[in-house]
Design a protein around this ligand. Structure first.
Ligand SMILES: Cc1ncc(COP(=O)(O)O)c(C=O)c1O
Length: 385
């Protein structure tokens, strides 16, 4: 039954969908771009929102902290560090929490460490707040592992924030506990705040276990602002719901101040859905999502085997692949070529940093039918090169 939720999308139906990826394209281009799946939304989520509407739930509800309480319980039980209701600040998605962290930790001119390649809004937010993004390279040849020695080299007295994205967009890497320990030691030794974006915590492959950096020890917990969310695992990016966890009291006071006026609480409709998504009744959804994504990853892996000029590390987390295309073409030109010749749009790697040159980011959260059609079209176009 769950197959219908994840595997029933067709090009004809999606072309009419109210969805950014598809709305942006003209003609019959298949967009494997923005991380916004071609899945249905779970009935439990829809029902919670409908009930909130029927109950006239449109007033102020700041005094009701029951969702914050559930988020804290989940963090204590699943993420492995003790959180209380007052350690949670609900956010309109995940990016607002990143913004709060820069505003809390940095003054104009301070340095913020971001990866290259990295989900580019991190870098943009750092620039927007007049701080200087400093690139911490992740090398394809090293399997994109976090190299702590390289991190130590770029830390200066002006470094006030380190962004950790785990699981990592766009590389699809799940950071190991040892790597996180390395980052934590550097942060603690230099008293640097860590913004840990763990939006993708539920989308991990094989038997991997997601590790929250704040769970490693009390010293790093004190310095970490962890942002969790629902957009990716539940296909509800448009609901705009996430939650920031900060267990250091003074930091939370400052974060709430930074949020006031601009980054206010989410709507009651999003909060109603939040109660369902944070609860334990969605196990079936996670099982179905995992099974489907493993199947789609397998289809891509088989395709890569037949395409000797494309290589990709095994996807560990997220539903975004970041393979290397070894053709005599920049990644930007390759994106254009595939749109024109194959009518498939991928995202060229340099959007995510200089080290993304040669790579394309590919969304795999769609149906087998759409994936098979996209791969067939790309193979034909690439074989003409
Ligand atoms: C790592 C990461 N952080 C944040 C976001 C944005 O999340 P939201 O839409 O919940 O703000 C994304 C979206 O793809 C992402 O991949």
């Amino acid at each position: 039954m769950s197959d219908w939720f994840f595997n029933s999308a067709t090009i004809e139906e999606r072309a009419k969908a109210h969805n950014d990826r598809w709305l942006r394209e003209e003609g019959d281009v298949i967009p494997l771009t923005v991380a916004d799946p071609d899945f249905h939304v779970a009935p439990e989520i829809k029902r919670a929102i409908i009930n909130a509407v029927l109950n006239d739930d449109f007033g102020y509800t700041m005094a009701d902290t029951s969702l914050e309480e559930k988020c804290a319980e989940k963090i204590s039980q699943v993420n492995g560090f003790p959180a209380k209701t007052e350690d949670i600040h609900l956010t309109n998605g995940v990016l607002p929490g990143v913004s709060i962290a820069v505003r809390h930790a940095c003054q104009e001119g301070d340095e913020v460490i971001v990866n290259d390649p990295m989900y580019y809004p991190f870098t943009m937010l750092s620039e927007l707040h007049n701080t200087k993004p400093v690139k911490w390279d992740l090398q394809y040849e090293e399997g994109y592992r976090f190299d702590t020695e390289r991190l130590k080299e770029i830390v200066t007295p002006k470094t006030k924030l380190i962004y950790v994205c785990n699981p990592h967009n766009p590389t699809g890497r799940v950071t190991t506990k040892e790597e996180l320990k390395g980052v934590a030691d550097v942060a603690v030794d230099n008293n640097i705040t860590v913004m840990s974006d763990e939006l993708w915590e539920d989308v991990v492959f094989d038997d991997r276990k997601h590790v929250s950096i704040a769970s490693l020890n009390p010293e790093i917990e004190r310095l970490t602002m962890t942002q969790y969310g629902f957009s990716k695992a539940y296909n509800v990016a448009g609901l705009r719901l996430g939650y920031l966890c900060v267990t250091d009291e003074e930091t939370m006071k400052s974060a709430k101040k930074q949020a006031f006026g601009g980054i206010m609480i989410p709507t009651n409709l999003a909060k109603a859905a939040g109660h369902v998504m944070i609860g334990d009744e969605m196990e079936w959804w996670h099982r179905g999502l995992k099974a489907h994504l493993h199947k789609i990853r397998g289809i891509f892996e088989e395709w890569f085997e037949g395409m000797p000029r494309i290589s990709s590390p095994k996807l560990e987390g997220t539903y975004l692949m970041f393979p290397k295309f070894d053709y005599d073409m920049t990644s930007e030109k390759m994106e254009e070529y595939l749109v024109e010749k194959a009518k498939v749009r991928l995202e060229h790697g340099t959007i995510f940093g200089e080290l993304g040159e040669g790579h394309q980011r590919i969304l795999i959260a769609t149906s087998e039918e759409i994936v098979n059609e996209a791969l067939e079209r790309m193979e034909k176009a690439l074989n003409e090169l």
